[in-house]
Design a protein around this ligand. Structure first.
Ligand code: RP5
Length: 165
């Protein structure tokens, strides 16, 4: 079915959505069906594990886990699926996301998650990385990715800086 989600964007709290909506917007831009959900490694552990365990059978190709603070969500998802799991550290209230980054990136050998930058750049790049993975077996998507990159390059090259008074 065309609208079956290929990607699950999972975040630990709805307070992560202002950042993770940038990830969802990127999937929308590329026409990739996704679903976004709030599930927590700590507050809803059974539901998070069940979601990861069932994702592949539902036709999903990639999971993205976003969390802040003691950011165990992506690792917990990865523990229950063989799908690629990407992690986006949320900018936490007290430590600005450095805690989230370190929690996510220090996975034990054997259960990988690919961790991106803290915050919005990480949210967008997790989506673009997913696009690149899916584009390996989808020529139309590969063309869209090339067009996106070319347009981004043109935009940067067209920038001008103000004169000094
Ligand atoms: C994490 O705790 C969430 O991913 C969020 O980044 C952080 C704070 O959650 P709330 O207290 O805002 O629900 O689990």
């Amino acid at each position: 079915m065309a609208n079956t989600p290929l990607v699950g964007i999972v975040m630990g709290s709805d307070s992560d959505w202002p950042v993770m909506s940038a990830c969802a917007k990127t999937f929308k831009q590329f026409g990739i069906p996704y679903e976004a959900k709030v599930l927590s490694a700590h507050r809803t552990p059974d539901a998070a594990l069940d979601y990861a365990a069932g994702a592949q059978a539902r036709g999903m190709k990639v999971l993205i886990g976003a969390a802040g603070g003691a950011a165990h969500l992506a690792g917990v998802l990865a523990a229950k699926t063989e799908l690629p799991v990407l992690a986006v550290p949320m900018p936490s209230k007290h430590l600005q996301g450095l805690d989230s980054l370190l929690a996510m990136v220090q996975m034990p050998g054997g259960i990988p998650v690919a961790t991106f930058a803290i915050g919005e750049a990480g949210a967008v790049n997790a989506a673009l990385f997913t696009v690149a993975m899916l584009a390996l077996s989808d020529a139309d998507l590969a063309k869209k990715l090339s067009e996106f990159r070319a347009s981004q390059t043109a935009k940067v090259l067209s920038k001008t800086l103000p004169d000094i008074e």
